[in-house]
Write a protein that binds this ligand. Structure first.
Ligand code: SAM
Ligand code: SF4
Length: 384
């Protein structure tokens, strides 16, 4: 039986000052003044349209992602949150995160985000090396990253994340270590540490930059940085996520536990368990901001609806749960997919034989080897 899991709300804000050459997110270079008020109206119409899918359920977290949400003035964020909390039950004290590009931080803005209800900021810093930042096409330097974070701290944000990338063009192990040390001096609650990937359809995929570290060098960076973070009191709880005690990202954890989320905004993806129908629905919205603005709130704004059929659920579940250092409970697999654990017994057996997974007391936990080959482990669960 499918049980109804916790529900999160994802809100996509699709514009950036400039498109970074490595980025395949649904982000569009802002040309001229952005239609903030019209976009908030579109978000609310979009939410109204999807509300019947989540009647009566409580929202456990909200995440404003992008694009660059910090391009939006606090009044726009406030207007959306007020409208959303009038339509959906917000859990007391729920986590509300807003992604911020340090190149967009202005004095006074963080106080207003805080007053609007935002209680967690995620900064896209990437690296503190100014030459690397230039090669990545970023709009800010390291001094601006420091300054943006200090502004947020002065406004009372202690729960903030720093996004760093490693295996950057021209980066050495010492440079990657230095990034961690610099980030730690800013006292973040959370660090996301992503290996740079060359995503298809990006400028970097077409014309890869020189000097990208090879797999072994990248792995050394990952291991060394993980050790530095552990020494500083940060525990790795997911492939790329490290947190101080009690500061894990509730929103992302819900994804990794195969929870439900409503996706509002241009190109946003949602995943919803429909208990009465015993089905799981994926829904995504049209990607282009102009089209979204014109169609939000109507069926034409839906880019696609797709049921996650039972035979596909093991793979989709593993794609998320096997990213977690603590793995998953077999009981949770059953509740979230509606399948019996017997459905994955052959793959679990193969993975344990290869030394990739450990199964103890009803929990499936990736081993060190399994964590090195996460993609291979997940691939075992692909439907035939
Ligand atoms: C939507 S962006 C975050 C906020 C904001 N847009 C910014 O870049 O400052 C999410 C994060 O994903 C990471 N990211 C984006 N593209 C990546 C890639 N190709 N490889 C690895 N990490 C990537 C970056 O660390 C980035 O901060
Ligand atoms: S600022 Fe962030 S979302 Fe925008 S293009 Fe760069 S990495 Fe992508």
């Amino acid at each position: 039986m499918l049980a109804t899991p916790p529900l999160s709300l994802y809100v996509h804000l699709p514009w950036c000052v400039r498109k970074c050459p490595y980025c395949d997110f649904n982000s569009h270079e802002a040309r001229g003044a952005l239609p903030f008020a019209a976009y908030v109206d579109a978000l609310i119409a979009d939410l109204d349209h999807d509300l019947p899918l989540v009647w009566g359920r409580t929202v456990q977290s909200v995440f404003f992602g992008g694009g660059t949400p910090s391009l939006f003035p606090a009044e726009a964020i406030d207007a959306f949150l007020q409208a959303a909390s009038a339509r959906l039950r917000f859990a007391p004290g729920l986590e509300i995160t807003l992604e911020t590009n340090p190149g967009t931080a202005e004095h006074g803005r963080f106080e207003h985000y805080r007053a609007a209800g935002v209680n967690r900021i995620s900064f896209g810093v990437q690296t503190f090396d100014d030459a690397c930042l230039q090669r990545l096409g970023r709009i800010h330097d390291s001094a601006q990253a420091d300054a943006a974070i200090k502004l947020a701290q002065d406004a009372g944000f202690d729960n903030f994340n720093i996004d760093l990338m490693y295996a950057l063009p021209g980066q050495t192990l010492a440079m990657a270590e230095h990034d961690i040390a610099r980030a730690l001096t800013l006292q973040p609650a959370h660090i996301s540490h992503y290996q740079l990937t060359l995503e298809p359809n990006t400028v970097f995929a077409v014309k890869p930059p020189a000097g990208i570290p090879d797999e072994d060098a990248s792995w050394d960076m990952q291991e060394r940085c993980q050790a530095l973070l552990a020494e500083a009191g940060f525990t790795q709880y997911e492939v790329s996520a490290y947190a101080r005690p009690g500061r894990q990202c509730a929103h992302n954890l819900n994804y990794w536990h195969f929870g439900d989320y409503l996706g509002i905004g241009a190109g946003a993806h949602g995943k919803l368990t429909l208990g009465a129908a015993q089905s799981i629905l994926r829904r995504w919205k049209v990607k282009r901001p102009a089209e979204y603005l014109a169609k939000a709130g109507t069926p034409a704004a839906i880019g696609g609806d797709e049921a996650i059929e039972p035979r596909r659920r093991p793979f989709d579940y593993m794609l998320n749960a096997l990213r977690l250092v603590e793995g998953f409970a077999l009981g949770e697999f059953e509740a979230r997919t509606g399948l019996a654990r017997a459905a994955i017994a052959p793959q679990l057996e193969q993975a344990t034989e290869r030394g990739w997974l450990d199964i103890q007391a009803g929990r499936v936990v990736p081993t060190d080897l399994g964590r090195r080959f996460t993609n291979d482990v997940i691939a075992l669960f692909l439907e035939d």
